[in-house]
Write a protein that binds this ligand. Structure first.
Ligand SMILES: Nc1ncnc2c1ncn2[C@@H]1O[C@H](COP(=O)(O)OP(=O)(O)OP(=O)(O)O)[C@@H](O)[C@H]1O
Length: 254
């Protein structure tokens, strides 16, 4: 389990996150939603240990995040930031292999397990076709899948993904969500994913976590979230709910 205990974030006198408590279970896929600027990236950064809490704490497997070395933390959780870093001259294969770093010993060559996990991550994300290309030469969507492959190669219990679909075409948006759903169901991962598409979130996720002006304003399952009054309370606009054969709930802003 991952526990967020009374966490608040203040930067330059601005409250990014008011005191917030909730927990993340393995075997569940959580959609983190809310307006632009509501604090989603800040919260996920803090959960990844990339932003220090102003107050409160985050615990993973009953230990405070601040007590983990960066390397050991990276064996528990993988974080995909919204703005992907420059991968320099790395090839796709080399970048995905970097995901194995937390499992490797100092100056040790990759093990059979490392090679196997890299192959698996490349296959799952359908990035074989450009495995030997430099990451910098890839399209935005291809690059996003490669960084996801690096996170998967890390083989962690928790995945924290900040808008991983933003650069993907409609086909890959669904492909990636199907893959993440499969990892949750078959390998028991706990995944938090920032999404703006409520229909995709309703189709693939188990729970919604909603922020509004730095406040956790709602956390509940899909059925309890996909209601006009709940969505109105989160986003402040009117929604129509339409029947849809696959998603069960189809949302339209009106
Ligand atoms: N280090 C910082 N110092 C001051 N303000 C910050 C800092 N980081 C974020 N903010 C502000 O905090 C608010 C929340 O930012 P955050 O990136 O968490 O929002 P978000 O919900 O992820 O938004 P989006 O959907 O646009 O990505 C924004 O108003 C942002 O400008």
């Amino acid at each position: 389990m991952m526990y967020i205990n009374n966490l608040s974030l203040i930067r330059q006198k601005k409250v990014l996150l008011h005191p917030t408590s909730f927990s993340i279970e393995p075997n569940k896929l959580y959609a983190l939603i809310g307006h632009n600027g509501s604090g989603k990236s800040s919260l996920i950064k803090a959960m990844a240990g990339e932003m220090l809490p102003t107050q409160g704490s985050i615990q993973i497997e009953n230990q405070d995040l601040r007590d983990f070395s960066a390397k050991r933390l990276a064996t528990h959780l993988a974080y995909l930031p919204q703005n992907l870093p420059d991968a320099g001259a790395f090839t796709v294969y080399e970048l995905v292999m970097l995901g194995r770093y937390p499992h490797q010993k100092w100056l040790q060559k990759p093990t059979t397990e490392d090679y196997a996990q890299v192959e698996n991550a490349i296959t799952l994300t359908k990035t074989e076709a450009f495995r030997n290309r430099q990451v910098s030469t890839l399209s935005g969507g291809e690059r996003a899948r490669v960084w996801l492959a690096m996170c998967l190669a890390q083989q962690t219990k928790y995945l924290l993904l900040d808008e991983p679909l933003a650069a993907l075409d409609v086909v890959y948006q669904v492909e990636v969500l199907k893959l993440i759903r499969q990892l949750v169901d078959q390998q028991g991962l706990g995944v938090v994913i920032i999404l703006h598409d409520l229909n995709l979130a309703a189709r693939f996720c188990d729970e919604f976590i909603a922020l509004k002006q730095g406040q956790l304003c709602h956390m509940n399952d899909v059925r309890s979230t996909m209601k006009k009054e709940v969505l109105h309370s989160i986003f402040g606009v009117d929604f129509a709910l339409l029947d849809h054969p696959i998603t069960r709930h189809k949302v339209a802003v009106i």
